[in-house]
Design a protein around this ligand. Structure first.
Ligand SMILES: [Fe+2]
Ligand SMILES: [Fe+2]
Length: 356
C-alpha cells in the first residue's frame, strides 16, 4: 500500500472497533496494526461499547451501523446522551448502506466521518489518520488549557497568600505603635469569623471579616505619640484626637473596588459605634451599624479586656464575661453577645492557641 503523507504520533493512541462481523474486526485490526496503532481493541457486541469506552481512554471509535440488539446510531446516541466521551471524540462509521438517510442520521448523531463497506483499505487508513490528527490537536489544546489553568490557580493562591500576609502585617504595624501585641489583631480576626459563622453569614463574607477585622485600628498610625502612648487618662481634647483613628483608618481604606478592603474600611469606621447610639464617629445605633462593625466591637472589647494593656492589667475571664454581658444592649449588639456566649468554647480555643 502506498504511504500517504499524513503522519500521526501513533504510540499513544487507542482505537476501539465495534462490528458484529468477526471478519471485519480482524481485517480492521490488522490494518490498524500495520499502521502502528497497536493499542486497538475490538468488540462484536454493540451493548459493550459504553462500558469499554468508560474503562479506557480511547481516541477513536470505528463503529458499524447494522448490528443486532443495538444499531451504531443508537450506540452513538448513548455515548453522547450519557456524556461518556467528550464532545470532540471522533467516531468513524462503517456502513454497508449507501443511502443518504443513514449517513445523515450518523452525522447528526455525532459521527465525524464514515466509510462504505466493503472497505477500501487505503481510504480507511487515510480517514483514521485524519481523525487521529484532529484528535491529537484537540488533546494538545486541552493539555495546554489544563496547564494554563493550573498555572493561574497557582499564581492566584500565591497572590492571595501574599495579600493575607500583607494585610496581617499592616494590621500588626498599626497595633505595634499602640504597644499592643501583634497577636491581638489576629485573635480579633479569628473571633470575628467565629461570630460571623455562628450568625449564618455566607462563607465568603466570614472569610473577609476574618481578614478585615484585624485592620480595625489601622487609623492609630495617624495619632501623635504624645496621645497614643500617654500613660493615664486622656483629657477631653486628647480624647477627641484619639477618636479620629476610626475616620483615619476608614480614609486609608475607603473607596477601593476590592470587597475586602472596603469591608476593612467599614470596620475601621464603625468599630467604636455603640448599640445605644452613644458611640463615635457617627453616633449610629442598633442595626444601622454595619454587622461587620458590630461583630468586631464584641471581639475587640473581649480581647482588650482579657489582655494586659499599658493602662490596665488583664481581667480574668469571669470579670470579662460579666462586663460583656452587662454591655449587651448598651455598648454591644445584644444578639451578638448572646451568640458570643453560645460559642465561648470556640473563642477560648483560639485564645489559648494564640496567647501572647
Ligand atoms: Fe479602635
Ligand atoms: Fe483593637
Amino acid at each position: 500500500m502506498p504511504e500517504p503523507d499524513i503522519k500521526v504520533v501513533k504510540d499513544d493512541f487507542r482505537v476501539l472497533i465495534c462490528d458484529d462481523s468477526i471478519a471485519n474486526v480482524m481485517l480492521l485490526s490488522s490494518l490498524l496494526e500495520d499502521e502502528g496503532l497497536a493499542q486497538s481493541k475490538w468488540l462484536t457486541d454493540p451493548k459493550k461499547v459504553a462500558e469499554e469506552i468508560v474503562k479506557d481512554d480511547y481516541d477513536l471509535l470505528l463503529l458499524d451501523i447494522e448490528m443486532p440488539h443495538m444499531t451504531g446510531i443508537e450506540v452513538l446516541q448513548q455515548l453522547r446522551r450519557e456524556n461518556l466521551v467528550d464532545e470532540f471524540f471522533p467516531v468513524l462509521i462503517l456502513t454497508g448502506r449507501q443511502d443518504v438517510e443513514t449517513r445523515h442520521q450518523a452525522l447528526e448523531a455525532g459521527a465525524a466521518d464514515y466509510v462504505n463497506k466493503p472497505f477500501d483499505q487505503v481510504e480507511v487508513i487515510l480517514r483514521v489518520r485524519h481523525l487521529l490528527n484532529v484528535r491529537a490537536a484537540y488533546k494538545g489544546q486541552a493539555n495546554l488549557a489544563r496547564r494554563l489553568e493550573s498555572m493561574v490557580q497557582e499564581r492566584t493562591a500565591e497572590l492571595s497568600k501574599a495579600t493575607d500576609v500583607l494585610v496581617q502585617r499592616l494590621a500588626m504595624a498599626g497595633e505595634l505603635r499602640d504597644n499592643e501585641t501583634g497577636n491581638h489583631v489576629v485573635r480579633v480576626g479569628r473571633f470575628a469569623r467565629i461570630l460571623a459563622e455562628a450568625c449564618g453569614l455566607p462563607q465568603d463574607i466570614c472569610f473577609m471579616i476574618e481578614r478585615a477585622a484585624p485592620l480595625h485600628d489601622l487609623g492609630k498610625i495617624g495619632i501623635p505619640d504624645s496621645i497614643l502612648l500617654k500613660k493615664g487618662k486622656l483629657d477631653p481634647e486628647e480624647r477627641k484626637v484619639m477618636d479620629t483613628h476610626a475616620e483615619i483608618g476608614a480614609q486609608l481604606l475607603e473607596e477601593h473596588e476590592s470587597a475586602l478592603v472596603s469591608m476593612a474600611g467599614s470596620i475601621a469606621l464603625s468599630h467604636h459605634e455603640r448599640w445605644d447610639g452613644t458611640g463615635y464617629p457617627k453616633g449610629l445605633s442598633g442595626e444601622s451599624i454595619p454587622i461587620e462593625g458590630r461583630i468586631t466591637a464584641v471581639c475587640d472589647v473581649f480581647d482588650a479586656l482579657t489582655t494586659k494593656r499599658p493602662y490596665k492589667p488583664a481581667w480574668n475571664l469571669e470579670e470579662t464575661l460579666e462586663e460583656i454581658h452587662k454591655s449587651a444592649g448598651s455598648h454591644l449588639d445584644p444578639h451578638l453577645v448572646q451568640v458570643f456566649e453560645d460559642n465561648l468554647d470556640k473563642v477560648l480555643h483560639v485564645m489559648r492557641e494564640l496567647s501572647d
